[in-house]
Every structure is written in C-alpha cells, then in structure tokens.
Design a binder for this molecule. Structure first.
Ligand code: 0X9
Ligand code: ZN
Length: 444
C-alpha cells in the first residue's frame, strides 16, 4: 500500500514536472509581457500627484502629450471608477519584436545578448582585476538578498602609496530592467585600465583618484529581468503581503518616505520604498562603502530618457550647490553631445521627471555634500527602444558617456582638498575602516 502510494505520488510529481518543464521550454522560459502588469497612458497634463497617490503606478516615461505607466491590471477598473481615462498601450512594448528585422530589439546570443548577466559580469570584473593587479582591486561590498555579490572594482594606482585621494563612484543598475546601465560603468573601467599607459590624462586620473565602479547594485533584479520578466524593476525582497521587491532607488535614508508621491508605502508598487531606510542589503552595501571612503563625486546610471539630473529629487527645491551642479551637468552634456550628436537634457531631478524620495543622489549629496548625478541613458523615448536598447547601441552609449565621466573625475581631482591629518595616520585610519566594512577582498 505504502509502496503503491509512493510510486503514485512519484508519478504525479513526474507528470507535474514534465508539464512545467515543457511549458517553460515551449515559452522559451521567458516571461515577456506580464506579471499581470499592463502599460497604460494618460494625457500629460493630468494631475499626477493625486493619481500616483491613489494607485501603485510605475512611471515609464513622458513622450509627446502622453505619460506612460506600468500597472497591475487589477487596478484598471478602480482607475476608471475614479474617473480617469487611460489608453492601453501594451502593443508599444513588443518584446521580443514580432518583426525580427527590427534591430532595436535584436539580441544575438542568449536572452541577454551582449549585455552582462550577474555571472558574466563577475567573470568580466575578475578578468580585469587579474589583468591589472597594480591598478585595480575587486571587492565584494556585501551580498544581495539571494546571496549574489555586490561587486566594486576600485581603480587606483596602488604603486603610488599616496592615500587620501578623492573617490569617484560610478554606479549602475539600481533598476533591474535598465541593462545598459551595467555596461557603461563596466566599459569605463575597461577603458581606464587599458589606457593607463597610453594616455596621460587617464594615467593622471588613476594616479590621483580612486575610481570605484559598482556596475550592478541590484544583481537579483537583473537576473530576474533577464531570465523571467524583462520589465522587472525592483530587487527581489519577498514582502509580507506576498508581493516581491523594494525599489532600491527609494530605499536610501535621505528624505526616505518624505511623501507618498516620490515613493510608495505599498509593497506591490514598483516604487515601494521598503519598510525602512536601508532595509535592503543592496543599498546598505552602498552606504557602508560611502561611509568608509572619501567620495568627491558620483554618477548613478539609469535608463532611459537621455538626461543628466541633479538633486533635489524629493521636492522641487534648489540644492544649495545647484549652480555648481548645473555647471558640471551642462559641461557633461556638451561633452556627450560632441561624440554622437545626442543631446542629454540637464536639470533638477524633481523638475525634469517626477518626484523621487529616498533616492541615491539626494542621499549622496544630502549626507556627503558631493555632486551626485543621475544619468538617464538613451534612448530619449519609447519609440526608439525604451529599456530595450539593441546590443549594437552599447558601444555608442559608452563612448559618448566616457568623456563626461572623465571630466567629473578630473574635476574631483582639481578641487580636492586633502584632509589636514598626517598622511600616515590617515592611511592607518582608512585601512582599519576598510577592513571593517569591506567584507572580503577577493582579488589581489
Ligand atoms: O525613478 C527613478 O528612480 C529614476 N528614473 S528611472 O526611470 N530610471 O527609474 C529617476 C531618478 C531621478 N531622480 C533623482 N535622482 N532624484
Ligand atoms: Zn532607473
């Protein structure tokens, strides 16, 4: 009887396994259009404040006279009942493209083509750290919720025992679906290392600064976006209400939860700020890095919309250093424009997109008084690909962003004022801190 029961259970399991496996294989294993989310648009002149307070909407973009959101379809009837008229726009996100000739959506090998998954990025960073032992070290700043590494490649001339250099942080991929934001900081790292001996500007930057490259703040989210659901944005926190994810760019402690427009208290919202500031290991890793190193400037890469944004983001108020931010951002935009003729809009974050509280750049400026920019990479609009850049775009987007990042590093070097404590004492202090915070140095 027991034996019979066991083999019957086994048969049922086997049956279910085959069904699940075949449906995964047949669908390509790739969820392309749902999670019950749909894309809707509203007229641009709508009162966004009340709309976003009422519903957990994930703003995708503003284009022409329309503003686009991602929303769980369970809310559609309530939105109608509340008197809002919207247009369903799902066909605008045709992924993968039905027309395979459309190169905007074309990826060659694997689901992520030339874009790096978490493990591919790990290999690339290890290869760089191994190839350039005198100029780079690879750190693990912490672990994600699903136990993936938060990598940081520090580029600096380790032969010159000159401590107390200004740090510049280049971060990517707070948001899972923004794949291009991993590639730009990674390619900048690659370029810096390859050109140390070829270009005196690069040599000067590596000799005089510490460039910290953190290309993947949200590794769990990125892999989920690659292997499960392309439009995934948040990390993969399992929330108490059964939903998943905290928006890592709403989880920093400056003005955290300032209002419900710039972030959401609803776990199921794509703008969920989490139960408290730094509730997520991914943002905590960044906090520890900043608290234990001296940073003079930072860029957080996102996509899309071709813009360079500076604080404040939580409220439409000018930062005390707005004039400086405006100048730096305009220079960066001009440098970018010169490469491929693409114009990145420049402006105060809260004025140019929508309000965001608990974001990285407000925190970096709010707590450390440093210039911190969000660079929203191309394209400018949904029609040109939105989050789905073609792999052929990677090189151009990197190339145009390179001079802007180099300029910011050179600015950090030229304006750096060394702390007045003796160098030996400062070195000892910084070494101690590093040991405490950076859990494990895995290369060199
Ligand atoms: O909403 C965000 O976090 C960023 N846009 S995205 O489409 N990539 O999600 C905007 C951040 C800009 N705001 C601030 N830096 N304050
Ligand atoms: Zn983003």
């Amino acid at each position: 009887m027991i034996l019979f029961f066991r083999s019957k259970t086994l048969a049922v399991f086997l049956f279910l396994f085959i069904i699940i496996l075949s449906s995964v294989l047949l669908s390509g294993g790739y969820q392309v259009s749902n999670q019950n989310e749909v894309i809707i648009s509203f007229p641009r002149n709508l009162n966004l404040e009340s709309l976003m307070r009422l519903f957990p909407l994930d703003p995708l973009m503003i284009e022409g006279e329309k503003i686009y959101f991602l929303i769980d379809q369970q809310y559609l009837s309530s939105i109608k009942e509340a008197g809002y008229t919207f247009t369903l726009e799902n066909n605008r996100f045709d992924w993968p493209a039905k027309n395979s000739a459309d190169r905007k959506f074309h990826l060659e090998s694997g689901l992520n083509g030339a874009y790096h998954s978490y493990s591919e990025l790990g290999s690339a960073l290890k290869a760089l750290a191994t190839a350039y032992p005198g100029l780079s070290r690879l750190y693990i700043l912490g672990k994600s919720l699903e136990n993936r590494n938060i990598y940081a490649l520090k580029i600096s001339n380790y032969q010159a025992v000159k401590e107390n250099k200004p740090g510049v942080a280049l971060l990517g991929c707070h948001h899972a679906r923004e794949w291009i934001s991993v590639e730009v900081p990674l390619l900048i790292a690659d370029y810096l290392l390859k050109n140390y001996n070829l270009d005196t500007h690069i040599k000067n930057i590596i000799d005089s600064a510490e460039i910290w490259i953190i290309p993947l703040v949200n590794p769990d989210g990125l892999d989920y976006s690659i292997f499960n659901y392309r439009l995934w944005r948040k990390n993969r926190r399992f929330n108490p209400d059964g939903s998943f994810g905290v928006d890592l760019n709403r989880n920093y402690s400056f003005a955290w939860g300032y209002d419900n427009e710039g972030s959401s208290p609803e776990p199921s919202s794509d703008l969920y700020r989490g139960p408290g500031p730094f509730s997520e290991p991914e943002t905590l890793a960044i906090k520890n890095l900043f608290q234990n190193n001296h940073f003079s400037a930072a860029i957080s890469y996102h996509s899309f919309s071709q813009s360079i944004l500076y604080p404040w983001g939580y409220a439409n108020l000018p930062a005390e250093k707005e004039d400086l931010f405006q100048q730096l951002a305009s220079t960066m935009a001009d440098l970018i424009y010169r490469v491929n003729g693409r114009r990145y809009e420049v402006g105060r974050a809260s004025a140019s997109l929508y309000l965001t509280n608990g974001n990285f750049t407000d925190w970096a400026y709010g707590f450390f008084q440093i210039p911190a920019f969000t660079i929203e990479l191309p394209p400018i609009d949904l029609l040109q690909g939105g989050f789905f850049n073609s792999q052929e775009d990677i090189e151009n987007i990197f190339k145009e962003n390179l001079p802007a990042a180099l300029f910011l590093a050179e600015w950090a070097i030229s304006t750096y004022v060394k702390p007045s404590i003796p160098e030996s004492e400062a070195k000892e202090k910084s070494d101690k801190n590093k040991q405490k915070i950076i859990k494990k140095e895995i290369y060199n």
